[in-house]
Design a protein around this ligand. Structure first.
Ligand SMILES: NC(=O)c1ccc[n+]([C@@H]2O[C@H](COP(=O)([O-])OP(=O)(O)OC[C@H]3O[C@@H](n4cnc5c(N)ncnc54)[C@H](OP(=O)(O)O)[C@@H]3O)[C@@H](O)[C@H]2O)c1
Length: 253
C-alpha cells in the first residue's frame, strides 16, 4: 500500500528554496519522491541547492525568481510546467522583512516592498499554481509565522503581512476546495536561519526569547519538515484552511 506521506510522481515548487527552511522542505519532499522546482533571487546559491538535491538522486531544477515580481512568478510556474508537465504542490516560503523598528516609523516604500513579496507574491503564486493544477487537485502551503498572532518587537510590518497570509490561506481554502486543492499555513516559531540571526545571535535577545519557549531551544529547519510533508502529502487530503504552528510551545507560554 502507498504511504500517505508518499509524493512519488508529484511536482513541488518551493520559493526561497536555496537555504533555510525552504531548502530543508525541498530535501524532505525530494526524499518523499517529488520532483522539485526551487526559486530564489540569487542564481548561484539557487543552482547550488538544486545540484545538491540532484546529488541525492532527486529530480530538481532552479528557476531564479524575485517573488515580488508577478511576471517572474508567471515564468516560474511556466518553467515547472514546461519541465515536468504539471504542478501539484506550491510552498510559498520566500519572504522579506526590510523594516526593523516601530511600526509607526515604517515608510510607505518599506511597506510596499514587504507586501509585494510576503502577500502579493504569495497570492500571485497561489493563483498561478492553482491554474496549473489538474483535476487531481493539489496542495498550497503558505509559510506564515508566530509573528502573525503575536506582535514581535520591531517586526510589526512583517507581522501584519504574515497575519494577512493567514486570511489569504483561509479564503483560498474556501474557494479552491471544490477543485480538491487544499490550502494550509505553516507558522514557524524562532528557527535558527540567517533570516532570524538577529534574534538568536545576540546573547541578551536570545536569552529573553528562550525564556518564552517551553522547549528551551530555538528550532532547527529540520523541525519544520514533518509538518510541511504532512501538508503536502495525501495524509492531509481532508485538511484545509488550517495553520500548523511549529514553535516549541512559544505561542502557549
Ligand atoms: N527563521 C525563522 O525564525 C522564521 C520564523 C517564522 C517564519 N519564518 C518564515 O519562514 C520562511 C523562510 O525563512 P528562512 O528563515 O528560511 O529564511 P532564509 O534562511 O533567509 O531563506 C530565505 C529564502 O528566501 C529567498 N528569498 C528572499 N527574498 C526573496 C524574494 N523576494 N524572492 C524570491 N526569493 C526570496 C532567499 O534567497 P535569495 O535571497 O537568493 O532570494 C532564500 O532562499 C519565511 O517566510 C519566513 O517569514 C521564519
Amino acid at each position: 500500500m502507498q504511504s500517505v506521506f508518499d509524493l512519488t510522481g508529484k511536482v513541488a515548487i518551493i520559493t526561497g528554496g536555496s537555504r533555510g527552511i525552504g531548502k530543508a522542505i525541498a530535501h524532505a519532499f525530494a526524499r518523499a519522491g517529488a520532483a522539485i522546482v526551487i526559486a530564489g533571487r540569487t542564481r548561484e546559491p539557487l543552482e547550488g541547492a538544486a545540484e545538491e538535491l540532484r546529488m541525492t538522486g532527486a529530480d530538481a531544477m532552479a528557476v531564479p525568481t524575485h517573488c515580488g515580481r508577478p511576471e517572474q512568478i508567471d515564468r516560474l510556474i511556466e518553467a515547472a510546467v514546461g519541465a515536468y508537465g504539471r504542478v501539484d504542490i506550491l510552498v510559498n516560503n520566500a519572504a522579506t522583512s526590510p523594516h526593523f523598528g516601530p511600526l509607526v516609523e515604517a515608510t510607505d516604500d518599506l511597506w510596499r516592498k514587504t507586501l509585494e513579496v510576503n502577500l502579493l507574491g504569495y497570492f500571485h503564486a497561489a493563483r498561478r499554481a492553482a491554474e496549473a493544477m489538474t483535476e487531481d487537485g493539489g496542495k498550497i502551503i503558505n509559510v506564515s509565522s508566530i509573528a502573525a498572532a503575536e506582535p514581535l518587537p520591531g517586526l510589526g510590518v512583517y507581522g501584519v503581512t504574515k497575519a494577512a497570509v493567514m486570511a489569504l490561506t483561509r479564503t483560498l481554502a474556501l474557494e479552491l476546495g471544490r477543485r480538491n486543492i487544499q490550502v494550509n499555513a505553516l507558522a514557524p516559531g524562532l528557527i535558527r536561519t540567517s533570516f532570524s540571526r538577529a534574534l538568536w545571535d545576540d546573547e541578551r535577545i536570545a536569552e529573553t526569547a528562550l525564556a518564552k519557549i517551553p522547549a528551551r531551544r530555538f528550532g532547527e529547519v529540520e523541525d519544520l519538515v514533518g509538518a510541511a510533508l504532512l501538508l503536502a502529502a495525501p495524509a492531509s487530503d481532508y485538511m484545509t484552511g488550517v495553520v500548523l504552528t511549529v514553535d516549541g510551545g512559544y505561542s502557549v507560554s
